[in-house]
Design a protein around this ligand. Structure first.
Ligand SMILES: CC(C)(COP(=O)(O)OP(=O)(O)OC[C@H]1O[C@@H](n2cnc3c(N)ncnc32)[C@H](O)[C@@H]1OP(=O)(O)O)[C@@H](O)C(=O)NCCC(=O)NCCS
Length: 213
C-alpha cells in the first residue's frame, strides 16, 4: 500500500477523497498552507509546506486545489523535487483506451474522455464533464461539472470552463481563459479573457489570472 498526501484541505478534497483508489493508496493526511485546523475530513493536516513533511520523498501526492494558478504553483514545487504525483480517476468515469491522460489529473464521477483526446498534466475533468473525441486539454486546465467540449477542441494552459458550458467542435480556447457557467462558446477565444453568455461574449480581460469558481 502506497502512502498518499493530499495537498489542499478544502471543499474539492471531498470529491477527491471519494474517488481515490483505496486498493493502492492509503491517505496519510493533508498539506495545507492556510488551514490552522488539526484535521480535515477525518485525516490529519500534517504540515503547511513540503519542507515540514518528514521523509517527504517517500510519499505519493495529489493536489486537490480547484484554482488553476494555485494548483500550478504546487505542481511546480512537486516537480522541482521529483516527487511522485498520481491521477485520481473515479471508477464511474469513462476514459477511452485511445485517450492519453497526463500526471496529477482528477477525472470525476461519470466524466467522459473520448477517443484520441489528450488531457495533459495537472488537469481537473470534473463530475459529468464531457471531453469529446480528439480534444487537447493543456496543463492546469479545469473543465467544470457538466461542461461539454465537443470534438477536436483545444483548451489552452490554465483555462477554466465553467459548469454546464458548451464549446462547439474544432474551436481553440486560449491560455488562462475563464468561460462562465452555462456559456455556449461558438468562436475561438484569445488568451486571458473572461467570456460568458449565449453565445459567449467577452466580459473583460483577466490578466491577473483570477478565476471565479
Ligand atoms: C462568468 C463569471 C466568471 C463572471 O464572474 P464575475 O466577474 O464575478 O462576474 P459578475 O458577477 O461581476 O458579473 C458580470 C456580468 O456578467 C454577467 N454574468 C456573470 N456570469 C454569467 C454567466 N455565467 N452567464 C451569463 N452572464 C453572466 C452578470 O450578470 C453581469 O452582468 P451585468 O454587468 O449586465 O450586470 C462567473 O459568473 C461564472 O460563471 N463562474 C463560473 C462558476 C462555475 O461554473 N463554477 C464551477 C464549479 S465546479
Amino acid at each position: 500500500m502506497e502512502k498518499l498526501i493530499i495537498i489542499g484541505a478544502g471543499g474539492y478534497a471531498k470529491s477527491v477523497l471519494d474517488s481515490i483508489d483505496y486498493y493502492n493508496y492509503e491517505v496519510a493526511g493533508f498539506v495545507d498552507e492556510f488551514s490552522s485546523n488539526a484535521e480535515h475530513l477525518g485525516y490529519p493536516i500534517l504540515a503547511s509546506s513540503l519542507e515540514e513533511v518528514k521523509n517527504a520523498e517517500q510519499y505519493f501526492y495529489f493536489i486537490a486545489i480547484g484554482n488553476n494558478r494555485h494548483r500550478k504553483r504546487w505542481h511546480d514545487r512537486l516537480k522541482e523535487r521529483n516527487f511522485r504525483l498520481i491521477n485520481v480517476v473515479d471508477k464511474s468515469a469513462l476514459v477511452s483506451q485511445r485517450a492519453t491522460i497526463g500526471n496529477g489529473c482528477f477525472i470525476g464521477k461519470m466524466a467522459i474522455v473520448n477517443s484520441k483526446s489528450v488531457v495533459c498534466d495537472d488537469c481537473i475533468i470534473n463530475s459529468r464533464a464531457l471531453i469529446e473525441h480528439g480534444c487537447y486539454v493543456s496543463d492546469h486546465a479545469n473543465i467544470s461539472t457538466n461542461a461539454v467540449i465537443n470534438g477536436d477542441v483545444r483548451v489552452g494552459i490554465g483555462s477554466f470552463l465553467g459548469s454546464c458550458s458548451v464549446t462547439r467542435g474544432q474551436l481553440k480556447i486560449g491560455n488562462w481563459v475563464t468561460v462562465g457557467a452555462g456559456a455556449v462558446v461558438v468562436s475561438h477565444i484569445g488568451d486571458h479573457l473572461i467570456v460568458a453568455g449565449v453565445p459567449a461574449r467577452t466580459i473583460r480581460n483577466c490578466d491577473n489570472g483570477d478565476e471565479f469558481i
